[in-house]
Design a binder for this molecule. Structure first.
Ligand SMILES: [Zn+2]
Length: 165
């Protein structure tokens, strides 16, 4: 690993470093980390081309990753590295299960309220109260296990579809 030299930087809570320290072997790096990690929230190691080769921030070893892909964090009390689970980053591309239901959608099935899932005036009223469509609301209180569709409803839907053509 040490066929070249590295520079170590330590960053204070103000985000500023106080100059680079030349590292010529792995022991020097280990010692540098141990000497500074309790006091400095951020430690970086760069190669001569200024490429980041090691990065510790807020006591979390960010780079390089551990051999098994996990992350470790320095426990300043125990003075030891321990496994660290990074907090989940909100991902706008994926809707988490706990995401608020957009207005006008059923909180249960997430479908937009329409004549397909709300068929009565009482049902529309219920969407305002429970946030559920009539289908889900009915299912909630329908514990005879019969999920079959009322033939009359199917007939009405067919009518609605054919009218739209
Ligand atoms: Zn629903």
């Amino acid at each position: 690993m040490f066929n070249e030299q590295f520079f170590a930087y330590r960053f204070g809570v103000d985000g500023m470093h106080d100059g680079k320290t030349l590292m010529t072997n792995a022991d020097a790096v280990t010692a540098y980390i141990k000497d500074n990690i309790n006091t400095y929230p951020e430690i970086r190691l760069t190669d001569m081309m200024d490429n980041l080769v090691l990065h510790i921030q807020d006591h979390v070893w960010l780079w390089p990753l551990q051999a098994d892909g996990s992350m470790v964090k320095w426990n300043t009390v125990r003075q030891a590295w321990e496994r660290y689970q990074a907090p989940a980053v909100p991902d706008t591309a994926v809707t988490p299960l706990t995401a608020p239901t957009p207005p006008g959608c059923c909180v249960s099935c997430k479908q937009v309220f329409s004549h397909l899932n709300v068929k009565t005036a009482l049902g529309w009223k219920e969407t305002k109260i429970s946030g559920m469509c009539e289908v889900c609301w009915d299912k909630l209180f329908d514990d005879d296990g019969d999920d079959g569709e009322d033939p009359e409803d199917a007939l009405l839907r067919n009518d609605a579809n054919s009218q739209g053509m």
